[in-house]
Design a protein around this ligand. Structure first.
Ligand code: TRP
Length: 361
């Protein structure tokens, strides 16, 4: 990344952060002004980083009365790998975690985007209004491609931000709760919404698509149990669906340091502070208080407390999740209903798009 690009990124992050705070105040005064779309790629099981970084926040927003759509982005799985893997299990695992965390399928539309043809069709006109240079500049796509090693850029890898714009715009969402890595995609979606209107705007009527805004979530607050970035492939995550025993075993292996006096100092003692933070998040307490309480209890005391805190916090989630996973018919029914609702919305939007483009024969 050039110095210029880095500076632009810092400024746009600062702007998005400030705007997110403002949006939180607007939500408090009028939740009905917002429609949310957000989602995940079904590439693995959700872990506590996902929970505290995004899932908990989605539940809060939906419960505050914001109309909410959640996409299980199955087509996005094949952007950076060969084949889909155990896709069905992963889709239903994701759905089970959503529901166990408290997303209410009566209020929230949860869907798989491969099941919504009209959404995917939006990709076509959208592709016509983006440029190759714009797509190649996207820093998130670049770093995701780098993470794959020597893999060549596929057509879908290059253009999936346009597909993601279709995820957002098919339901005319104006708010997208995401982590900062998604800001370039959101900017692309805003550009698409604006250009579509410039090209096909309907005289006397408002724009077909609103310009969606990011609501930044506090991503990256939790590290893996080895002190590096949480990542499923490193086996350093606590998955939401793990048992209490699995959690205890994992935490026993977590990295700490040799100082028996436990403190919360993220810069100086990242691994210890991370465990303190996990316990504090689960207990809804200030990490400094939690560290003080452990005091001279050492790594053992810290791990014991963290294990208890995680297991207690997620006991109900896990029980509910297990029930859901055991009842495949129920999960299938919920997804089918979500897909039906998403299809209705997508069909309506595609008709509007066709009519704006004079293709409504
Ligand atoms: N790309 C997102 C991620 O990796 C997942 C996603 C797909 C998404 N479609 C979306 C997020 C639409 C927000 C809006 O996390």
């Amino acid at each position: 990344m050039s110095e210029n690009e880095a500076t632009t990124e810092v400024t746009s992050l600062a702007r998005a952060t400030a705007r997110s705070r403002e949006i939180e105040r607007e939500i408090a005064s009028d939740p009905s002004a917002f429609r949310i779309l957000t989602g995940d790629r079904p590439t693995g099981n959700l872990h506590i980083g996902h929970y505290f970084g995004s899932l908990e926040n989605r539940v809060r927003l939906a419960e505050s009365g914001l109309e909410t759509f959640v996409v299980i982005a199955d087509y996005q799985v094949i952007t950076d790998r060969d084949g889909v893997g155990p896709i069905k299990e992963r889709v239903y695992s994701l759905l089970a975690d959503y529901l166990a965390a408290g997303l209410d399928p009566e209020k929230v539309t949860i869907f798989t985007h491969s099941s919504v043809p009209a959404l995917n069709q939006l990709m076509l006109p959208f592709l016509s209004i983006v440029t190759d240079a714009e797509l190649r500049r996207n820093p998130t796509v670049k770093s995701e491609l780098d993470d794959t090693g020597e893999r060549p850029m596929s057509g879908l890898m290059l253009t999936y931000p346009v597909h993601q714009a279709a995820d957002i715009l098919f339901c005319k969402a104006n708010l997208v709760p995401v982590g900062k890595d998604q800001l370039p995609h959101l900017e692309q979606a805003r550009v698409i919404a604006r250009r579509f209107d410039e090209r096909y705007g309907r005289a006397g009527e408002g724009p077909v698509f609103p310009a969606p805004e990011a609501l930044l979530s506090k991503s990256g607050t939790i590290l893996g149990l080895d002190g590096t970035k949480m990542s499923k492939s490193k086996g350093n995550t606590i998955e939401l669906g793990m048992t209490a025993d699995q959690t205890a075993k994992l935490l026993k292996r977590a990295v700490t340091d040799s100082d028996r006096h436990i403190t919360y100092e993220p810069e100086r003692r990242p691994e210890v502070s991370n465990l303190v933070n996990i316990a504090a998040l689960c207990l809804d307490r200030d990490p400094r208080d939690v560290a003080e309480e452990i005091g001279d209890g050492g790594g053992g005391g810290l791990k014991r407390l963290a294990t208890e805190a995680v297991n207690e916090r997620f006991a109900a989630h896990r029980a509910r999740r297990a029930e859901l996973v055991a009842n495949a018919g129920e999960l299938e029914r919920i997804l089918r209903e979500g897909n039906a609702r998403a299809n209705e919305v997508a069909d309506r939007t595609l008709s509007e798009v066709r009519s704006a483009m004079n293709m409504d024969y």
